[in-house]
Design a protein around this ligand. Structure first.
Ligand SMILES: [Zn+2]
Length: 223
């Protein structure tokens, strides 16, 4: 049996939801594993044909024609060498470096937005005491810990959540604080399954691209 056929069968059988083709490796896969990119503004140039820049669309909300690519540096590099230009039918300019920066920044904005929305809907709570209580009674789906929250990271509930893959580090105390309208927040809990899943997805999509920027990705001190 051909390898590609095996892959298709696995995808059809095992992956629910819409499937998209990767502009890098050309494999059709679950849309959840692929990053959507759209075209930024086109720049007319005197010396060559018009070219366009890519914009990462993690929230899947921008209008216009989109292309998809696996959240892997190998697929992005392949797509930049021609896959994106083919899909968009125009010359697409971009480097892995600028794509990586866009990915991590888009993930940060997406997670900020998800937490802020959850907070307004009373689906995210902040502060060590309420978070610990929510974790113990099972209502906390995901804990989000600031990268500079040394004391909070030693809490038994946080330690337990990390072990179970139910905690992520994101931003610093100031950044989390801004989301909750406080000076600082060391740890918060997401109570909504869908929001927790979306945060995890934005984070795992961005991680392969964080590279040398990973410190900045966890922390927003430099921004
Ligand atoms: Zn791919």
């Amino acid at each position: 049996m051909a390898v590609s056929k095996q892959h298709d069968e696995r995808s059809e059988a095992g992956i629910p939801g819409p499937r998209r083709q990767c502009a890098g490796c050309a494999i059709r896969d679950s849309a959840d594993l692929l990053v959507r990119v759209v075209l930024g503004p086109r720049e007319a140039r005197l010396d060559s044909e018009p070219s366009a820049c890519l914009a990462v669309d993690l929230a899947d909300s921008r209008f216009g024609r989109g292309s998809h690519v696996h959240a892997s540096t190998a697929c992005v590099q392949r797509a930049l060498r021609g896959g994106f230009s083919k899909v968009f039918k125009c010359k697409v300019e971009g480097s892995l470096e600028s794509f990586s920066t866009q990915m991590t920044e888009a993930a940060e904005r997406r997670i900020d937005g998800l937490l802020a929305g959850a907070r307004r809907a009373k689906q995210a709570i902040a502060g060590a005491d309420v978070v610990r209580a929510a974790y113990r009674d099972g209502s906390a789906v995901l804990l989000v810990v600031a990268c500079d929250a040394a004391a909070a990271s030693k809490l038994p509930e946080v330690h337990d959540a990390v072990g179970l893959g139910r905690a992520v580090v994101f931003g610093n105390k100031q950044r989390l604080g801004a989301i909750f309208g406080r000076d600082e927040v060391a740890v918060c809990a997401v109570l909504h399954e869908g929001v927790a899943k979306a945060i995890g997805s934005a984070r795992s999509m961005a991680l392969p691209f964080a590279g040398a920027r990973s410190e900045a990705w966890w922390s927003s001190e430099d921004r």
